[in-house]
Every structure is written in structure tokens, then in C-alpha cells.
Design a protein around this ligand. Structure first.
Ligand code: PXL
Length: 286
């Protein structure tokens, strides 16, 4: 079984970051090691959330793993809360680097043209530097604009605009850039990716649902990373993640009293397993 590491916060309530990544990656048949960067009572869209910073534990924890010769097939980082955490993540990338290890960065910082509470332009530009050290990054249009310090691409953009934006993102230094929340046709929404070495533009889309939910970025990133770790090629992994995210949104909408703070990704897990061709044969996960 592949072993992966996910570095992000635990928002106890809110269905995001590690409470999304851990169940999705485990369901995908990946041994998932977690490195919580902070514990919040709830994610930062809740007023009055509590925040326990765990930055000082990152080094001792990873040093222990190194002493125990623990290795990873992939590293996946999400929401990070400070400049120091970004620098420590770069150190973790370097410490555990080996050929074939995938460094996957979701620069979770904002949405709908705005950064989340607590972030500013300088933080976003520093996140751009961390993205330069990754093999693959998955920003949305908001995060891309802030990392590159340029205006947010308003709806009405063309495929050429997206290709140029992806080129500037790969210019940060990452191998592959993926933009999420891209709509190139009326009534459809999905993702676009550029592979720096081949120059190929890949797009994947699904029907555009008339809603926007918190936490879909984390569901998408977790499923995309899971697909890649399960051996899917880029295009297949992107389609897996788009289809799973849309299914999670549909499951959420199916409950009239659904909560406002996250999507019903749990009910959509059977669909994820189907997309990943995972069956329950003993030993099949290895
Ligand atoms: O979904 C991204 C995310 C992760 N972690 C925390 C957040 C958010 C988004 O608001 O606040 C703490």
C-alpha cells in the first residue's frame, strides 16, 4: 500500500482540510500519515473560532519519522497558516525527497476573488514560492491571481486567457499547474491543466451547479491526489476529482436541510471508489 503524508490544519467542525483529506485518502486505499499544523474549533468562516498553533511540533515530528526511516510516496499540503509553516513545509519536501515522490500543493487561501480571513497579498506571494517547489499545484482563479500578484480573472475569460494564466503559474517553477473553478462554456464548470514539459492543455468539466459550497476545493484536491497516487494519469485523475466533487455537491443538495459549511463528500465515497476502480477484494490495495 502506498504511504502518503498530508500537511494541513484540523478544523474540528467544518468539513475541510484534514477532516476531508484523511477519510478520502484512506477510502482510496492509501496509508495516510497526517501532520496537523493547527487545531481550530471550526474553520475560519465561523465567527469566533479558536486556534491552537502547532508549528513548533512540525520539526520534532518529522525528525522522529526520519529517525524511524519512514518514507512517503507523495506529500500533499493544503491550508497553511503562517510564513514559518510554509518554510517548514519546504524543509519537509527536501528532507523526504526521493525520485518518484509526488509533491502536491493546494494553496488553499481564498475563493470568489477574496482571500480568507487572516491572509494578505504578501502571504499569497510567499505561497507562490512554495508552489514553485511542487510537482503539481491546484489553485482556483482567486489563489492564482493573488500568488501572481495580478488582477482576478473575471467571468468572460477565454481558453487562451486560461492557457496564459497556467503558463505564468508553471513559471513559478512547478511541473504541472491545474486551475480549478474554470468555466469555458455556458452551463459547464471544471478544471484546466498545463503540463510544463509537453505544453499540453487538458480540460475536464461537468455540469455547472447553481450553487457554491465551502470545502469543495479540499474535496477536489484530495480526490485528485488520490487518483494520481492510485496510478491514474493526469487527465483521468482530474476527471475523477471533478466527477467526485460534483457528486458530493449533488448529495449535499439532495438534503434540503444541508449545513452551510461543507459538502456531503461522505455520501459520495462509493462514487469515488467506482471512479478509482477500487473493489473490495482482499489484498487488492497493495
Ligand atoms: O477549505 C480550506 C480551509 C482549510 N482550513 C481552514 C480554513 C479553510 C477555509 O476557510 O479556514 C482553517
Amino acid at each position: 500500500m502506498k504511504r502518503v503524508l498530508s500537511i494541513q490544519d484540523i478544523s474540528c467542525v467544518g468539513k475541510c482540510s484534514l477532516t476531508v483529506a484523511l477519510p478520502i485518502l484512506s477510502a482510496a486505499g492509501l496509508e495516510t500519515v497526517i501532520l496537523p499544523t493547527a487545531v481550530l474549533s471550526a474553520h475560519t468562516a465561523f465567527p469566533g473560532f479558536t486556534f491552537r498553533d502547532l508549528t513548533d511540533d512540525i520539526r520534532p515530528v518529522t525528525e522522529h519519522w526520519k529517525n524511524q526511516q519512514i518514507t512517503f510516496d507523495g506529500l500533499y499540503t493544503g491550508y497553511l497558516g503562517s510564513f514559518r509553516q510554509m518554510q517548514l513545509v519546504e524543509q519537509v519536501f527536501a528532507d523526504f525527497q526521493h525520485p518518484g515522490m509526488l509533491r502536491f500543493v493546494d494553496p488553499a487561501m481564498g475563493d470568489n476573488g477574496k482571500l480568507y480571513v487572516g491572509f494578505d497579498g504578501a502571504f499569497a506571494r510567499r505561497m507562490g514560492k512554495l508552489c514553485g517547489k511542487a510537482d503539481m499545484i491546484v489553485p482556483n482563479l482567486t489563489e492564482a491571481a493573488f500568488m501572481l500578484d495580478e488582477p482576478y480573472l473575471e467571468p468572460g475569460y477565454t481558453e487562451e486567457d486560461i492557457r496564459e494564466l497556467l503558463k505564468r503559474l508553471t513559471g513559478l517553477g512547478c511541473g504541472t499547474a491545474v486551475l480549478t473553478g474554470v468555466s469555458l462554456e455556458p452551463g459547464r464548470c471544471g478544471v484546466a491543466a498545463l503540463n510544463q514539459t509537453t505544453g499540453e492543455l487538458i480540460t475536464c468539466s461537468s455540469e455547472l451547479l447553481p450553487v457554491s459550497f465551502h470545502g469543495t476545493g479540499d474535496v477536489f484536491a484530495s480526490a485528485c491526489f488520490a487518483g494520481l497516487m492510485r496510478g491514474q494519469d493526469l487527465e483521468t485523475a482530474l476527471q475523477t476529482a471533478v466527477d467526485y466533487t460534483v457528486e458530493a455537491m449533488r448529495c449535499t443538495l439532495a438534503h434540503p436541510d444541508h449545513n452551510w459549511y461543507g459538502v456531503d463528500f461522505e455520501s459520495a465515497i462509493p462514487k469515488l471508489l467506482e471512479l478509482l476502480n477500487i473493489t473490495c477484494t482482499p489484498g487488492s490495495q497493495h
